[in-house]
Design a protein around this ligand. Structure first.
Ligand SMILES: *[C@@H]1O[C@H](CO)[C@@H](O)[C@H](O)[C@H]1NC(C)=O
Ligand SMILES: *[C@@H]1O[C@H](CO)[C@@H](O)[C@H](O)[C@H]1NC(C)=O
Ligand SMILES: *[C@@H]1O[C@H](CO)[C@@H](O)[C@H](O)[C@H]1NC(C)=O
Ligand SMILES: *[C@@H]1O[C@H](CO)[C@@H](O)[C@H](O)[C@H]1NC(C)=O
Ligand SMILES: *[C@@H]1O[C@H](CO)[C@@H](O)[C@H](O)[C@H]1NC(C)=O
Ligand SMILES: *[C@@H]1O[C@H](CO)[C@@H](O)[C@H](O)[C@H]1NC(C)=O
Ligand SMILES: *[C@@H]1O[C@H](CO)[C@@H](O)[C@H](O)[C@H]1NC(C)=O
Length: 480
């Protein structure tokens, strides 16, 4: 009898623990994260910074999202989730769902069979830099790095703008207000949504710091004073332990690093998150590119008055291309489909816009997924998706190689939904177009879901078109 009620209790506990429900109202709140200006930001249940989602591998996450903004539509994307069998829960409006109107509710239900560091954000009309973005942490008791650290910390990096996105977007698009098509420049850099962030640390302990770049535009370099970092995860892929003292992160990228605290509490140390000014078309002298944080060993001792520095924004940091996945998954191949995407900026519809293969995207009235589900056999005919998208049709289990030729002089992060990809080749800045033959893919390329293409350069990556059935063993090839 006792045993029975015990196992019943355990059973109920298992059900509860495996199905977290978040009831979230999306609301305006007033905040001043950089200490320079109080402005309306988009929060959750009146809270900002928005809450983090924590779950374990295999758990179901439900977010009942109600739009209480009153004057804007919204939507929520789970960045990096493969959404196997739950494509309609992915969140980008115009692609997998309609925008959520004021007063409306959309319920997202997804089961996450991935581990690692992710984030959620509005995927509606460039809205997230107004505040609607936060961390998602998927804990993994089986992590190969689990016994290498004592505690976890979450560190978000972001650019911050005093103007709101609808205004920034209007100015950016206008060829008369913005004659050279320059992207808006942020007003400050923030760490954990604050001008100053401190982490309390205990001597001798090792911390796994989950660094998430939730920036709109700016890329960051990160350095801790006199504390080496060891990279162990990028974008939900465990890596072979890789020590470094400087990392570079593009918008939407995540990196988990191990940091071991000094053996004593003799002093406190600073760390810096520095925005890369090379991404900005102009560099106003009033802008402080750097946000400073602290590792606090003893809160009665002073905080350091200087931050760690580094010599260059273009080298000296660890190149993510050289990371090795912990599982040593081999190069996917042979390639069965190659896709070339020419990325450019220019004037389309009398606006400053970006284009892929000379087509600038216009959100379809019918979300793409609904078209897929309603046109039957015609779903493999690109024409049904409208003339202002660049649809690419692939076969199930194709090994797809994507070549991105970036003719824009700025670097840009490239992200893919539903999959991660192997990084095959990345040219330096201004290298011109891809020659069509690889100069040598790594034998075990790193997999991630965001990669930066350099200005005037190219990028080659591969993925297996195996969603929703990732149980199929991906084809892999040996190279010498
Ligand atoms: C930033 O952090 C300080 C100190 O912890 C706190 O007083 C302040 O309210 C924070 N600002 C915001 C906008 O959260
Ligand atoms: C919606 O309302 C908020 C809060 O008053 C305001 O800051 C924001 O600019 C408004 N958005 C639009 C598109 O007018
Ligand atoms: C975040 O990503 C953006 C866009 O690529 C980049 O400009 C910025 O420097 C990154 N910031 C950090 C702290 O990694
Ligand atoms: C920001 O960091 C960079 C790199 O260390 C440094 O060159 C620059 O002087 C810093 N800026 C400020 C305002 O401290
Ligand atoms: C990309 O641009 C090059 C040169 O302008 C052109 O030859 C090629 O056909 C373009 N590729 C696509 C897919 O549009
Ligand atoms: C891009 O498309 C426009 C029409 O929208 C055309 O005038 C232009 O020649 C095209 N450019 C290239 C490089 O194909
Ligand atoms: C882009 O890459 C392909 C190789 O896949 C190349 O043939 C093409 O000419 C390139 N086009 C441009 C505009 O860069």
């Amino acid at each position: 009898m006792l045993l029975k009620s015990c196992s019943r209790a355990i059973f109920i506990y298992t059900i509860c623990a495996s199905a977290a429900v978040y009831n979230w109202d999306v609301t305006w709140v007033l905040r001043n994260p950089d200490g320079l200006l109080t402005r309306p930001v988009i929060g959750i249940n009146g809270q900002w910074p928005p809450p983090a989602i924590h779950a374990n591998v295999g758990e179901q996450i439900t977010v009942v999202l109600t739009n209480q903004l009153g004057n804007e539509t919204t939507g929520m994307h789970f960045h990096g989730f493969f959404q196997e069998g739950t494509n309609s829960m992915d969140g980008p409006t115009g692609i997998t769902q309609c925008p959520i109107g004021p007063g409306e509710t959309f319920t997202y239900i997804t089961t996450v069979n991935q581990y690692g560091t992710y984030w959620y954000h509005s995927h509606n009309r460039g809205q997230y830099p107004d505040g609607f973005r936060g961390p998602i942490i998927i804990h993994d008791p089986q992590s190969p790095h689990a016994n290498q650290y004592d505690e976890e910390l979450v560190l978000t990096l972001s650019d911050w703008y005093h103007q709101q996105i609808p205004d920034l977007l209007g100015n950016f698009l206008s060829p008369t207000l913005n004659t050279d098509g320059a992207e808006p420049i942020p007003d400050s850099a923030i760490i954990n949504d604050n001008a100053t962030t401190s982490f309390s640390v205990t001597p001798g302990k090792t911390y796994m710091v989950r660094i998430i770049n939730v920036s709109n535009f700016a890329a960051f370099l990160v350095k801790f004073d006199q504390h080496e970092m060891t990279i162990v995860e990028v974008d939900g892929t465990y890596t072979k332990a890789q020590p470094t003292d400087l990392i570079y992160m593009s918008s939407a990228q995540r990196m988990s690093v191990l940091i071991t605290a000094k053996p004593n509490a003799n002093q406190n140390f600073a760390f810096v998150g520095a925005m890369d000014p090379n991404m900005f078309d102009s560099d106003p002298s009033t802008l402080n590119l750097n946000a400073t944080g602290y590792l606090v060993y003893d809160d009665k001792k002073p905080l350091p008055s200087t931050e760690p520095t580094f010599a260059s924004y273009t080298d000296g940091f660890f190149d993510d291309f050289d990371l090795v996945p912990y599982d040593e998954t081999k190069l996917f191949g042979p390639v069965t489909k190659q896709i070339t995407l020419n990325v450019s900026s220019g004037t389309y519809f009398n606006q400053n816009r970006f284009a892929i293969n000379n087509i600038s995207y216009v959100e379809p009235k019918v979300p793409t997924l609904y078209t897929v589900m309603s046109v039957g056999e015609a779903a493999t005919n690109p024409a049904v998706y409208g003339e202002y998208s660049s649809p690419q049709i692939v076969n199930f289990n194709d090994v797809v190689e994507v070549v991105i030729n970036n003719s824009d002089d700025g670097g840009h992060p490239v992200h893919m939904h539903g999959h991660n990809f192997q990084m095959i080749e990345r040219s330096p800045t201004s290298a011109g177009v891809y020659g069509g033959t690889s100069t040598g893919a790594p034998a075990t390329p790193i997999r991630r879901d965001v990669i930066k293409v350099n200005g005037g350069g190219y990028l080659v990556y591969r993925f297996v078109a195996d969603n929703p059935d990732k149980s199929t063993l991906s084809p892999q090839i040996d190279i010498n």
